[in-house]
Design a binder for this molecule. Structure first.
Ligand code: ZN
Length: 136
Protein backbone atom coordinates (compact mmCIF):
# COMPACT_ATOMS: atom_id res chain seq x y z
CA UNK A 1 0.00 0.00 0.00
CA UNK A 2 1.31 3.40 -0.94
CA UNK A 3 1.44 5.91 1.85
CA UNK A 4 -0.11 9.04 0.40
CA UNK A 5 0.12 11.17 3.54
CA UNK A 6 2.78 13.80 3.89
CA UNK A 7 4.64 13.78 7.22
CA UNK A 8 2.63 16.81 8.27
CA UNK A 9 -0.69 15.18 7.46
CA UNK A 10 0.38 12.06 9.24
CA UNK A 11 1.29 13.89 12.40
CA UNK A 12 -2.01 15.78 12.28
CA UNK A 13 -3.86 12.52 11.99
CA UNK A 14 -1.90 11.03 14.87
CA UNK A 15 -2.76 14.05 16.99
CA UNK A 16 -6.44 13.44 16.29
CA UNK A 17 -6.16 9.82 17.32
CA UNK A 18 -4.33 10.80 20.48
CA UNK A 19 -7.02 13.29 21.39
CA UNK A 20 -9.63 10.54 21.32
CA UNK A 21 -7.67 7.93 23.23
CA UNK A 22 -5.97 9.99 25.87
CA UNK A 23 -3.68 8.26 28.29
CA UNK A 24 -5.82 8.66 31.43
CA UNK A 25 -8.74 7.26 29.49
CA UNK A 26 -6.79 4.19 28.43
CA UNK A 27 -5.69 3.60 32.01
CA UNK A 28 -9.23 3.77 33.28
CA UNK A 29 -10.51 1.50 30.54
CA UNK A 30 -7.85 -1.02 31.41
CA UNK A 31 -8.79 -0.83 35.08
CA UNK A 32 -12.50 -1.27 34.36
CA UNK A 33 -11.80 -4.15 32.03
CA UNK A 34 -9.68 -5.91 34.64
CA UNK A 35 -12.56 -5.53 37.10
CA UNK A 36 -14.81 -7.33 34.63
CA UNK A 37 -16.93 -4.40 33.48
CA UNK A 38 -18.00 -4.22 29.88
CA UNK A 39 -18.66 -0.92 28.23
CA UNK A 40 -19.10 1.06 25.05
CA UNK A 41 -17.01 4.05 24.04
CA UNK A 42 -17.88 7.59 22.92
CA UNK A 43 -21.58 7.14 22.29
CA UNK A 44 -22.31 9.95 19.87
CA UNK A 45 -26.04 9.81 20.50
CA UNK A 46 -25.63 10.90 24.13
CA UNK A 47 -25.07 14.47 25.36
CA UNK A 48 -21.36 15.26 25.58
CA UNK A 49 -20.35 11.93 23.96
CA UNK A 50 -19.42 10.27 27.26
CA UNK A 51 -16.03 8.56 27.20
CA UNK A 52 -17.24 5.29 28.71
CA UNK A 53 -20.83 4.08 28.61
CA UNK A 54 -22.47 1.22 30.51
CA UNK A 55 -25.77 0.84 28.67
CA UNK A 56 -27.33 -1.88 30.81
CA UNK A 57 -26.51 -0.01 34.03
CA UNK A 58 -27.49 3.33 32.53
CA UNK A 59 -24.27 4.87 33.77
CA UNK A 60 -21.60 6.91 32.07
CA UNK A 61 -18.11 8.05 32.92
CA UNK A 62 -16.39 11.17 31.67
CA UNK A 63 -12.64 11.41 31.99
CA UNK A 64 -11.61 15.01 32.31
CA UNK A 65 -8.21 16.60 32.11
CA UNK A 66 -7.89 18.88 35.14
CA UNK A 67 -6.57 21.84 33.20
CA UNK A 68 -9.03 21.70 30.29
CA UNK A 69 -12.07 21.24 32.44
CA UNK A 70 -11.15 23.61 35.24
CA UNK A 71 -10.75 21.22 38.14
CA UNK A 72 -10.13 22.87 41.50
CA UNK A 73 -6.87 21.07 42.14
CA UNK A 74 -3.18 21.64 41.69
CA UNK A 75 -3.13 20.27 38.16
CA UNK A 76 -6.19 22.31 37.27
CA UNK A 77 -4.75 25.61 38.35
CA UNK A 78 -1.60 25.28 36.33
CA UNK A 79 -0.61 28.86 35.50
CA UNK A 80 -0.51 29.92 31.87
CA UNK A 81 2.13 32.33 30.75
CA UNK A 82 0.67 33.73 27.54
CA UNK A 83 -2.81 34.28 26.17
CA UNK A 84 -4.27 34.11 29.63
CA UNK A 85 -7.64 35.58 28.63
CA UNK A 86 -7.97 33.03 25.84
CA UNK A 87 -7.44 30.08 28.17
CA UNK A 88 -9.61 31.44 30.94
CA UNK A 89 -12.41 31.88 28.44
CA UNK A 90 -11.90 28.51 26.81
CA UNK A 91 -11.87 26.64 30.11
CA UNK A 92 -14.95 28.53 31.33
CA UNK A 93 -16.75 27.44 28.15
CA UNK A 94 -15.69 23.83 28.64
CA UNK A 95 -17.00 23.90 32.20
CA UNK A 96 -20.29 25.39 31.11
CA UNK A 97 -20.71 22.77 28.41
CA UNK A 98 -19.77 19.98 30.83
CA UNK A 99 -22.40 20.95 33.33
CA UNK A 100 -25.07 21.27 30.63
CA UNK A 101 -24.21 17.82 29.28
CA UNK A 102 -24.29 16.28 32.73
CA UNK A 103 -27.63 17.87 33.52
CA UNK A 104 -29.06 16.63 30.24
CA UNK A 105 -27.79 13.10 30.83
CA UNK A 106 -29.31 13.08 34.30
CA UNK A 107 -32.62 14.25 32.88
CA UNK A 108 -32.48 11.27 30.52
CA UNK A 109 -32.04 8.97 33.51
CA UNK A 110 -28.31 8.36 33.29
CA UNK A 111 -26.03 8.31 36.31
CA UNK A 112 -22.88 10.31 35.67
CA UNK A 113 -19.41 10.06 37.17
CA UNK A 114 -16.63 12.46 36.23
CA UNK A 115 -13.17 11.02 36.74
CA UNK A 116 -10.52 13.68 37.03
CA UNK A 117 -7.04 13.13 35.73
CA UNK A 118 -5.61 13.81 39.19
CA UNK A 119 -7.62 10.93 40.66
CA UNK A 120 -5.30 8.56 38.83
CA UNK A 121 -2.63 9.46 41.35
CA UNK A 122 -4.53 7.39 43.90
CA UNK A 123 -5.44 4.32 41.85
CA UNK A 124 -6.68 2.25 44.78
CA UNK A 125 -9.06 4.95 45.92
CA UNK A 126 -10.27 5.47 42.35
CA UNK A 127 -10.82 1.77 41.89
CA UNK A 128 -12.97 1.58 45.03
CA UNK A 129 -14.93 4.62 44.07
CA UNK A 130 -15.61 3.34 40.54
CA UNK A 131 -16.69 -0.05 41.83
CA UNK A 132 -19.07 1.71 44.19
CA UNK A 133 -20.43 3.87 41.40
CA UNK A 134 -20.96 0.99 38.99
CA UNK A 135 -22.10 -1.66 41.43
CA UNK A 136 -21.46 -5.36 40.90
ZN1 ZN B 1 -7.76 17.56 39.29
Amino acid sequence: MVDTLSPKQRSERMALIRAKNTKPELRIRKLLHSLGYRYRLHRKDLPGKPDIVFPSRKKVIFIHGCFWHGHKCKMGSRPVKSNKAYWVNKIANNMKRDSLNIRELKNLGWKVRVVWECELKLPKKLKNSLTKFLGF
